[in-house]
Design a protein around this ligand. Sequence first.
Ligand code: BES
Ligand code: ZN
Ligand code: ZN
Length: 494
Amino acid sequence: MIDISFSSASPKSKFDVLIIPVFADKELGEQAQIYVGEHNGYIQNYLEDQTKFTGKSGQVFILVAPQETLHKRYILVGLGKEEALKALDLETVGGKLSVALSSCEAHSALLDVRGLEPYVGGHISVGLKLARYSFKKYKTDSESKAKKDLKLKIISDNATEAKDIFAPLEASSEGISFARDLVNEPPNMLYPESYAKIIKDELKPLGVKITILDEKKMLKMGMGGIMAVGMASARQPRMVIMEWKGDDKSTDKPLGFVGKGVTFDTGGISMKPPAGMDMMKMDMGGSAAVVGVMKSLALRKAKVNVVSVVGLAENMPDGTAYRPGDIITSYAGKTVEILNTDAEGRLVLMDALTYIQQEFDPQLVIDLATLTGAIMVALGHEYSGTYANTDTLWTQLEKASDESGDKLWRMPLDDVYKKEMDSTIADLKNLGGKYAGSCTAAGFLEKFIDKDRPWAHLDIAGTAYINSAKPTIPKGGTGAGVRVLDTFVRENYG
Ligand code: BES
Ligand code: ZN
Ligand code: ZN
């Protein structure tokens, strides 16, 4: 747990660590100068003596405080050039601070950013918070289970403004942590039915309306896509609908989000090779992002109406499994020839996309899915491939991407890719050619989007899970998609 609070005055109580910001070339702000000069220039001497710590953004330097001082340790933290401060760089700084604080085994820390802009403390804090995320639920040793609480106090000239800047960031980070938890859960624990219950237990108390469709209902409704993917599993599919009504008075149609929630993707009859198959527990990352955004919106009581639908299914091989060669009928009524049972995400999404458009007529639809290995080949782990059918929507998403650091890169929607998904014996096939796999998958989805409905599709296969940590993202589920969507909503709708 991390408890972050803001105040305008310096508290008199003792902290394990006092964090002092230093700018590039060892330049000090007014407040830092005071600390550095204290105790006969104790910090000053260290700072002058050594050459490695210069105040470059993200550098940290830990000092044991002299005995007579209030705090136990000092951490000097580099912020780079004062005139070049950037919110996202400060989050990386927060990530580096997190490592330094852990190495000091600090339970309390004071960060003094007086004299700096009010956003500085908030962004360092959110970086720190995101970096401290860990998933230790299934560890049984006492060291792993020990509660590592941290109380962080920020002293800022205008604490109220600093707090206001931090509040939505904190809501986003809560949504991200929840999405990470969901992705990190093992697939024997998180399967459609248990997942639906987790969503309900978490979001209902926050005021989100939850509706769950079970397998009987979906079969009756004719959802041939999600049912084909999930029917061979002992854990039958679910569809979860989440409604956040933050703006009662609005007559606007809601925003619509859709997520792929394949709780484990073996590939089915077109089975994946064994190496790395364990990673396929993350194939519900798109749904986790959608659920995470709903949590963020509810926590910050966003003045907006949003409806989200996640399709939850486990793709397993069995005597009852769907096969390559099958022709299935989607909820939209279109028939799909199955050529590869591992291209299952689009089948789950097509039914969820049809459902959300028919039931809620949203003003726009954004879907998120760990859809193709091909997007990983193209963009690696940095950018989520983004397909948008209007420039307006893309421009809004691009801005949210730049601001949030949850990075998107536009990919092409083209009728050529769409055509490639035509089948000779059914309306569509679920497999394109050898190349442009992410683009043809998007082309497939586009066939299920109503004419004139603004729509974007985020292929997050490369970004939802990472094997090597980044400063504010530990290894494992990343929560990719939560922050960019939450930012997109906040900037354009409420
Ligand atoms: N879940 C996978 C995509 C994926 C790959 C996600 C790697 C995360 C990391 C998806 O269902 C899949 O298997 N896609 C196939 C599509 C192919 C059969 C057209 C792929 O990418 O190989
Ligand atoms: Zn697959
Ligand atoms: Zn999949």
